[in-house]
Write a protein that binds this ligand. Structure first.
Ligand SMILES: Cc1ncc(COP(=O)(O)O)c(C=O)c1O
Length: 360
C-alpha cells in the first residue's frame, strides 16, 4: 500500500488496519457470500454488528447505562437543529457558548426555533481563547447549554467541562470524540459526526441521557426525534450500513490499541511536539492561547504568507497532504486525529524545519 501522511480535517484518515479489514471483508462479509453493503439491515448478522458497535462505543467511552447510544444520519449539522427541537419548547431560552465557527453555526440554527442567549462569545479574541467560565452570562432556567469542545477550524479545545448544575450540557464533539477519556455523566447530550475521528462520512453518534429523550416538540418530524431512534435501536428506516460497519471496526481497532487512555497519551505526545516545533521556530506561529490549544487540529501560519503555496506544494511532494488551512482563515492546519500516527507528525516536523531553513 502506498499511503500518504494525511492531515485532513475531515473526512479524515482511517487506520490502515481498518482499511485492510474492509478490503478483506468486501467480497464475503461474515460468511454471507455478500459484502456488508448488500445485506439487509434487518438481517441477523447486521443487527448483531449494530449491537456490537453500540456495546464497543459504551465500553470505550464508559457510557453509563442511563444513556442511549444512537447512530443517525445528517452529520453534526443536523444535530444543530435536532438539539433544539428535541430539548426545548418554542418559548424556551437556550444558552450557547461560542468559541469558533461551528458553535456560531449551531447557535444560528437554534435561533430559528427558540430564544438563543449567547452566554459567551470569544469573537473579540478572534476565537483564540475561551472566555473565563466565571464571566459566562448563563440563563437560570435555560433548556440546555451548548458548546463545542473542539473547534476544528480555529483549533480551540476545552480542557475542562463547563459546569451547568442541573441544566443539560450539550456538546458537539465532532472533532475530538474518542481522542481521550471523558466523563459522559457530566453531559446531557453528546453528538459527533463520524468522519473525523470515528469512521467515514454518513453516520453520526449521539449519546443522550434517558430522561432527555422524550422532551421533543410534538410537530418534530419522526426522523428528527431522539425518541424514534431510541425506540428502534437506530433503525427507523434504512441506516447507513457501510458507515456503521466501518465505525464499528474503528471502535474495535481502538480497543486493540488499549482504549482511550492509550489514545490520549499518544495524542498528547503528538500535539506537544508539533506545538513545540511551531513555538520554537522563528518562522511558524499558532495564535491560540496555551491553555486551550487543540490536540486534534493544529492551525499555523508561515512568517511570509506568500510562501503558503510553495509550502503546500513541497509538502505534497513529500507525501504530507491536506495541510491547507480552512478557506475562512487561511494559513495551514494539521489535523492529527487518532489515525494520523506519530510517524506522520515526526515527518511533518522534519519537513517544516527543513522548509524554514531554506526559506525562513
Ligand atoms: C466541530 C464541528 N461541528 C460540526 C461540523 C459539521 O459537520 P457535518 O459536516 O458532519 O455536518 C464540523 C465539520 O467539520 C465540525 O468540525
Amino acid at each position: 500500500m502506498s499511503r500518504v501522511h494525511n492531515f485532513s480535517a475531515g473526512p479524515a484518515a482511517l487506520p490502515e488496519e481498518v482499511l485492510q479489514q474492509i478490503r478483506d471483508d468486501i467480497p464475503d462479509w461474515n460468511h454471507t457470500g455478500m459484502s456488508v453493503m448488500e445485506v439487509s439491515h434487518r438481517s441477523k448478522g447486521f443487527v448483531e454488528l449494530a449491537a456490537r458497535a453500540e456495546s464497543n462505543a459504551r465500553d470505550l467511552l464508559k457510557i453509563p447505562d442511563d444513556y442511549h447510544v444512537l447512530f443517525l444520519q445528517g452529520g453534526a449539522t443536523l444535530q444543530f437543529a435536532m438539539s433544539v427541537l428535541n430539548l426545548s419548547a418554542a418559548d424556551d431560552t437556550v444558552d450557547y457558548v461560542i468559541t469558533g465557527t461551528w458553535g456560531k453555526k449551531a447557535a444560528k440554527e437554534a435561533a430559528r426555533f427558540c430564544n438563543v442567549n449567547i452566554a459567551a462569545d470569544a469573537a473579540d479574541s478572534s476565537y483564540s481563547n475561551i472566555p473565563d467560565e466565571t464571566t459566562w452570562q448563563k440563563t437560570a432556567n435555560a433548556a440546555y447549554l451548548h458548546y463545542t469542545p473542539n473547534e476544528t477550524i480555529g483549533g480551540v479545545e476545552f480542557h475542562f467541562v463547563p459546569q451547568t448544575e442541573d441544566i443539560p450540557l450539550v456538546a458537539d464533539m465532532s472533532s475530538n470524540i474518542l481522542s481521550r477519556p471523558i466523563d459522559v455523566s457530566q453531559f446531557g447530550v453528546i453528538y459527533a459526526g463520524a468522519q473525523k475521528n470515528m469512521g467515514p462520512a454518513g453516520i453520526t453518534l449521539l449519546i443522550v441521557r434517558n430522561d432527555l429523550v422524550d422532551r421533543g416538540r410534538a410537530d418534530t418530524p419522526t426522523l428528527l426525534t431522539y425518541k424514534a431512534f431510541a425506540e428502534s435501536a437506530s433503525m427507523i428506516n434504512t441506516p447507513p450500513t457501510f458507515a456503521w460497519y466501518v465505525t464499528g471496526l474503528v471502535f474495535e481497532y481502538l480497543q486493540r490499541q488499549g482504549g482511550l487512555a492509550a489514545m490520549e497519551e499518544i495524542n498528547e505526545r503528538k500535539s506537544k511536539k508539533l506545538y513545540a516545533a511551531i513555538d520554537n521556530s522563528g518562522f511558524y506561529s499558532n495564535p491560540v492561547s496555551l491553555d486551550c490549544r487543540s490536540r486534534m487540529n493544529v492551525p499555523f501560519t508561515l512568517g511570509n504568507a506568500e510562501l503558503d503555496g510553495k509550502f503546500l506544494a513541497e509538502a505534497n511532494d513529500a507525501r504530507l497532504t491536506n495541510l491547507k488551512g480552512h478557506r475562512s482563515v487561511g494559513g495551514m492546519r494539521a489535523s492529527i486525529y487518532n489515525a494520523t500516527g506519530e510517524d506522520a507528525v515526526d515527518a511533518l516536523i522534519l519537513f517544516m524545519q527543513d522548509f524554514e531553513q531554506r526559506n525562513g
